[in-house]
Every structure is written in structure tokens, then in C-alpha cells.
Design a protein around this ligand. Structure first.
Ligand code: FAD
Length: 457
């Protein structure tokens, strides 16, 4: 039997995907969003990061496809570019470019602007009859019953008129992002509030769009020149998106923020570890201003550690916001929606149990982001890692692994699958792979070529 009414706070990726899942379990679902949602793929105020590049990892795309089987067609029709990440991702790390591969892989998703992706998901959701959008209304508090440990609804304010109204619900889902006020709302009602872990890499982005030059002949769709801790704090990301445009982003760790003026932007690009990014954009025609973004802190609100009132849960960036460099955020939101789907199959909706399951799902992604960020000495909040043999070996092995990825095609394919969350990172520590990596380190070039031929024949 369907439950009556669920309310979702926030119509961004986590909120939209949650609503999709809830619509199968509740008679009606209401999404409250403070913005007016654009009819076309356009940026909006409530998602200030939407002008920045958004990589859609293959795992995230596969979940989107499961929820909305025609999303690929919708994206293609609007000009999003399908990308095979093994073949069409041009990746520079530790002094080398990724190998050139002709083989087709199934590590596939789309490269497009964030507004286009969000618009496509929203368009699909508008087709679902029991989902209603309430736009230009801000949630200002929860309604609850402390004695019965229960949230029963929320208060919303009409942004134009200032009028306040109350809505009741069997379940309220907070998907209002990094700046979520839910801890404050819980406190006002006398409920426990989550503690936070904050790890700040002080990473800044500067992003600009360009018209793709007509003479451009590169065979990649996305290029990344990666930072390398602890000394090289700078990165460059360049991707083909819809409308014949490129989105170009410079990033700097540890307060090394890229400049926001024309000359400074190009100069910064010139200092990257490879000249290819600079060469690609230096004569390209800009089609946008340069947008900065510095809210890149890793922040985990530990809802899994408190006694949750029934009728209220939180997910997406409102719970676990990650440093964006690793491109995990939207995929982590998609995985949260899967956790929600499984939890909704249970008879009694124990909200603490949901938060615990979510924490388990977020754990790996948090670790990936914060461990990498913590290698920069300027990152704050990280626990100082005690040097010991095993950790030192893992660090040494990881560096060898990355170096080998650029010369070993099968390792590169595996590395790409792990990066796109299709395989566990443990796959990179399988004895066969360790031998392959260490073999690459120990074997001289000719023997390595001979071995690679064997592996790929
Ligand atoms: C610079 C940057 C780059 C990123 N790059 C990537 C990337 O490459 N790949 C990737 O997967 N992820 C990336 N992310 C992360 C990604 O943007 C988020 O993880 C993703 O949007 C999911 O967030 P969310 O839906 O939880 O919250 P958000 O996207 O922040 O949305 C929150 C929504 O809630 C609404 N809202 C907030 N408060 C209220 C209120 N009181 N009442 C009503 N509505 C409210 C907002 O208007 C907004 O619509 C990046 C993030 C940043 C900052």
C-alpha cells in the first residue's frame, strides 16, 4: 500500500532523483524549490556551481538510465556529447598522457553543461503524474513533535509575497545542498543535531566557455591535466559540451586561485604541467565571462550518529559534500537515491537506519576525495597520517600505478573503470595487478613491450 505524501526540499540532482524514487512509494510527492526553474537549460541562482564543469561518471549515468530509460536520447537531442572514457578522455598525470586506444569500451556517459543535465532530468520528472513542483518557495523550518520524536511537515515561505504556509507529510527529505539549514531547523524543535567533519583543500576554480575553433582536430572530448600533490597545485580541465562550445576550467589548491581576468587566466593556463590546454584555448573565442567558485570544502554532517526523528531524512550534498575535482557529487547523489529506494522497501521506515546505510554508501567516496586532498600540506581538517611501512608502501605503489597507467593499456582501462565507480578500488590491489605494476617498474622497456603484447593478444 502506498504511503500518502512525501516532500523533498530542493530540486537539484539529489532532490530530483529522490522524488523519482519516492513517486513509486507515495501517493503524492511535492518538491519545494526556492528558484524559478528555467524552461530551457539555463543556469540558476540556487545552484551557483552550475556554471562550473560537471563530469557525469559512468556509474551515475547508468543509474540515470535506470530511472529514466530515454534520458540518453533527451541529452543527445540537445547536443550533449556521448563519451567513451577509455578512448576519448585525454588525461595527463605524473608527466605522461594516457595511452591512445582504438578499442571501444562500455565506460560511457555524456559530456554537457550542468544546466543541460539538470534540465533533462527535470523534463523526465515532469512526466510523472504524482510529482508536483512548488517553485519560488523557500523552506524556513520543520514542524515536529518532540515527545513522539517525529517530524510531521514543514513551513514554506512564498518568496514574492512573504506569505508563510504549513505543509504536512509522512516523510520530509532534505536535499537542499551544502548550505542546508536542516541542523538549525532540528535544533529549533529540540532534536539532536549532527556533528560535522570538515576537510578544506582551499581549492578554487575559474571557468570560461569558448567557441570550439573550426580548425580543431584533437580526437579527445575531455582533457584533464591533473594536479600532483604536494608540489603541483594546478589543474586544467577542458571539455566539449553542447552548442559547439568548450568549457575550460583552471583549478588551484591551497589558495593558489586562478585569476579572473583574460591575461591572468591565460598565464595560469601556461603554467600547467603540459602546454596542451594553453595551446588549445589561447586563440579560441571566449563566449562567457570567467566564473570563480571556491566553495569546495569536503563536509560530512554525521546524521548517522544521532537519533533521528521519524519522518525526516537528509541526503546528497546536504549530508556529504565532496571536493569537486574527483567528479563524484552527482553520482554520489544517484547512489543515495538507490539507498533510498532500498530503504523504502522496508516495512517500518526507521530514519536512523536510512542515515546509517547512506553513511556506508558515502564512506568510500569521502575517503577517495579527502585522502587525495590531504596530500596537500595546505589542506586543513585532515588527521595527520602517521608514517608507517604499510601506508608508505601504499603511497609508493599508488605513484607507480599512476605512472604505469600511461604506458599500460589494460591497466588504463581498469583504472578508468575504478575512477567511474564501476569497480571497487580494491581491484587495483589484486595480486595480478600488483605484479603487473611492479613488473612495469622493474622490467626494462623491451621486456615491458613484450609483456604488453602478450596481455593484449
Ligand atoms: C565547483 C563545483 C564543481 C562540481 N563538479 C562536479 C562534477 O564534475 N561532477 C559531479 O558529479 N559533481 C560535481 N559537483 C557536485 C554537484 O554539484 C552536487 O553534488 C550535486 O549538484 C548534488 O547536489 P544536491 O542536489 O545535493 O545539492 P545542490 O545541487 O546544491 O542543490 C540544492 C537545491 O536546493 C535548493 N534549496 C536550498 N535551500 C532551499 C530552501 N531552504 N528551500 C527550498 N529550496 C532550497 C537550491 O536552490 C538547489 O536547487 C560540483 C560541485 C561544485 C561546487
Amino acid at each position: 500500500m502506498k504511503r500518502e505524501h512525501a516532500i523533498v526540499i530542493g530540486a537539484s540532482i539529489a532532490g530530483l532523483l529522490s522524488a523519482r524514487v519516492l513517486s513509486d512509494h507515495f501517493a503524492s510527492v511535492t518538491i519545494i524549490e526556492r528558484d524559478k526553474l528555467p524552461l530551457y537549460p539555463e543556469k540558476r541562482r540556487g545552484v551557483p556551481q552550475s556554471v562550473q564543469p560537471h563530469v557525469l561518471l559512468t556509474r551515475g549515468y547508468r543509474i540515470l538510465e535506470e530511472f529514466f530509460p530515454s534520458i540518453g536520447v533527451e541529452l543527445s537531442t540537445k547536443g550533449a556529447q556521448k563519451i567513451d572514457w577509455v578512448r576519448e578522455f585525454h588525461y595527463f598525470a605524473r608527466g605522461n598522457w594516457s595511452p591512445k586506444l582504438d578499442t571501444v569500451s562500455d565506460v560511457v556517459s555524456f559530456t554537457c553543461s550542468r544546466p543541460l543535465l539538470e534540465w533533462a532530468v527535470r523534463t523526465q520528472l515532469r512526466e510523472i503524474a504524482n510529482i508536483k513542483f512548488v517553485e519560488e518557495h523557500r523552506v524556513i523550518g520543520l514542524i515536529g513533535d518532540l515527545e513522539n520524536m517525529q517530524v510531521t511537515g514543514l513551513k514554506i515561505q512564498d518568496i514574492a509575497s512573504g506569505n508563510i504556509q504549513e505543509l504536512s507529510a509522512d516523510l520530509v527529505v532534505d536535499a537542499s545542498g551544502r548550505a542546508s539549514n536542516a541542523p538549525q531547523w532540528l535544533k529549533e524543535l529540540g532534536f539532536a543535531i549532527p556533528t560535522e567533519t570538515v576537510i578544506n583543500p582551499f581549492l578554487g576554480y575559474a571557468t570560461r566557455r569558448y567557441k570550439q575553433p573550426t580548425h580543431f582536430t584533437g580526437d579527445w572530448k575531455v582533457m584533464l591535466i591533473a594536479q600532483q600533490a604536494p608540489h603541483n597545485k594546478r589543474l586544467g580541465y577542458l571539455a566539449k559540451i553542447e552548442n559547439g562550445e568548450w568549457i575550460a576550467t583552471l583549478g588551484g589548491y591551497g589558495h593558489d586561485y586562478p585569476p579572473l581576468n583574460d591575461a591572468g587566466f591565460l598565464e595560469f593556463a601556461h603554467t600547467l604541467a603540459s602546454p596542451e590546454f594553453y595551446e588549445a584555448i589561447k586563440n579560441a573565442e571566449p563566449t562567457s565571462p570567467i566564473y570563480a567558485h571556491r566553495a569546495t570544502t569536503n563536509r560530512w554532517r554525521h546524521y548517522e550518529k544521532i537519533e533521528m526523528p521519524t519522518g525526516f531524512i537528509a541526503l546528497g550534498d546536504a549530508v556529504c559534500a565532496l571536493c569537486p575535482v574527483y567528479g563524484q557529487g552527482m553520482t554520489v547523489s544517484a547512489l543515495s537515491a538507490m539507498v533510498l529506494r532500498d530503504w523504502l522497501q522496508t516495512n517500518k521506515l526507521v530514519t536512523s537506519r536510512f542515515q546509517q546505510r547512506l553513511a556506508k554508501s558515502n564512506q568510500l567516496h569521502w575517503m577517495l576525495a579527502t585522502q587525495q586532498d590531504s596530500q596537500f600540506p595546505t589542506t586543513t581538517g585532515a588527521k595527520p597520517s602517521k608514517s608507517n611501512f604499510i601506508l608508505d608502501f601504499i603511497g609508493w605503489y599508488n605513484r607507480k600505478l599512476i605512472a604505469n597507467v600511461s604506458v599500460d593499456q589494460s591497466l588504463y582501462s581498469l583504472f578508468t573503470e575504478v575512477s567511474h565507480l564501476l569497480k571497487s578500488p580494491l581491484a587495483l590491489y589484486h595480486p595480478k595487478i600488483i605484479l603487473q605494476v611492479l613488473g612495469g617498474f622493474i622490467l626494462p622497456q623491451r621486456q615491458r613491450e613484450h609483456r604488453d603484447k602478450r596481455i593484449h593478444s
